[in-house]
Design a protein around this ligand. Structure first.
Ligand code: MN
Length: 415
């Protein structure tokens, strides 16, 4: 295994070691707040916009804007070449003079939304999450809907409200109609929740009328990020019939600032449970695109769940194949998320509605309080880690958000 050059001082075991190399977009005071593309290495960020100017002029235009947009669109060969060059630069002493002044302490950069989000789709790929939600909402009935094991269920979300980690989340207002109420009422959501998910970032576009087969997944998808699909359960419950999630979801979706390339996940690939199911041909895979990624969810710093991505039923290759099987095209910058990651155990559930079982079993916190739903001022952080080469671990970074109170008079003024 290639190691980071000693002069970089990356501690062994660092989650942003040489086998990770995730990409982001940042500003720093000494760049006069201009956007740059950065690569995380240890506790520092390499200014890739300037590094390619110096060392890889033929690809420098891909990073000039300071966002990942052009690089994502450039496709597999460019992704592979830049990753190979980065690995060489950061493992060999000879590049120290060219790079040393381009490494900025991570604490000094301000991370931005790394790419322009084109379309956003959210799936529902965890059999444990879908079963839990079915049991909560339709007790006594078969928890999985008849379509669930035949296709990856999903919906189109709102790309324009995808925000980068650290962005404060304003509690949404909307209509809700609790069981037994005769009329809906309007006001701040009282059942605000999170959903821990994995996001897939499309790089190379596909064309209208051309489905992307499962085996071409890695040609189109550049990498992954952590996603929090914030959800207002009370708004969602009243509005979702018959067309699915709408305003209960669209107010905000948080992503981690670092996009980890698929190439870094080689050692995380596993056979997904859907391989044992009898599926239609376009969803039948021979490659393993299940991913052994371990999530952790912290509420105000306290670990409340450890959802295992390895238990997800549908693979992202199946999600992409299904999303395009009708001829719908994808664009560079499309984001599709996995759906809530929940494992079979109660401590592995990736949302509060499951952890507190629809408010019947509130989650205790060390300060003596408990939560069935998120409160104003709560900070929710989702992190994820994947296996790397030779027993190492690779970080995906984190998606964090703090809940702000609803806009003070919006509830009153619209009654
Ligand atoms: Mn979701």
């Amino acid at each position: 295994m290639t190691q980071a050059a000693a002069w970089l001082g990356v501690p062994s075991g660092h989650l942003f070691g040489l086998s990770a190399l995730p990409y982001g977009s940042y500003t720093a005071a000494h760049h006069a707040e201009e956007y740059r593309v950065g690569v995380a290495i240890g506790d520092r960020v390499l200014d890739l916009t300037s590094a390619t100017d110096r060392l890889l002029a033929g690809r420098a235009h891909l990073f000039a804007s300071g966002s990942l947009d052009e690089f994502l669109a450039a496709g597999e060969r460019a992704w592979g070449q830049v990753r190979a060059e980065l690995t060489r630069w950061l493992s060999q002493d000879q590049f120290r003079p060219a790079l040393e002044d381009l490494l900025i302490p991570a604490a000094e950069v301000s991370l931005r939304l790394p790419f322009t989000v084109a379309d956003y789709v959210d799936f529902y790929a965890s059999v444990h999450h879908a079963t839990n939600i079915g049991q909560i909402f339709r007790p006594g009935a078969e928890p999985l809907t008849p379509n669930w094991k035949h296709l990856p269920v999903g919906y189109h979300g709102r790309a324009g409200t995808v925000v980068v980690s650290g962005t404060a989340i304003r509690r949404p207002c909307g209509q809700s109609c609790p069981p037994g109420a005769r009329q809906p009422s309007f006001g701040p959501s009282t059942r605000l929740d999170f959903e821990a998910e994995l996001g897939f970032v499309v790089g190379a576009q596909s064309h209208l009328g051309d489905p992307v087969p499962v085996e071409r997944f890695a040609e189109h998808v550049f990498g992954v990020c952590v996603v929090n699909d914030w959800s207002a359960r009370d708004i969602q419950a009243f509005e979702y019939v018959p067309l699915g999630p709408f305003l209960g979801k669209s107010f905000a979706t948080t992503i981690s600032p670092w996009i980890l390339p698929l190439a870094a996940l080689e050692h995380a690939r596993i056979r997904p449970p859907s391989r044992d199911a009898k599926l239609l041909e376009y969803l039948t895979e021979t490659a393993d695109w299940g991913l052994d990624i371990a999530f952790e969810v912290r509420l105000n710093g306290h670990l409340i769940a450890r959802p295992p991505y390895a238990s997800m039923f549908w693979s992202p290759a199946q999600m992409l194949a299904h999303m395009t099987v009708n001829g719908a095209s994808t664009r560079s910058g499309d984001l599709f998320a996995s759906g809530t990651v929940s494992g079979p155990e109660s401590a592995e559930r990736g949302s509060l509605i499951e952890l507190a079982w629809n408010a019947s079993n509130p989650v205790p916190l060390p300060d003596g309080s408990s939560r069935s739903w998120l409160e104003d001022g709560d900070e929710l952080t989702i992190t994820a880690v994947a296996p790397g080469p030779n027993g190492t671990r690779i970080g995906l970074g984190s998606a964090t958000g703090c809940i702000l109170p609803a806009v003070p008079d919006s509830a009153e003024s619209r009654r």
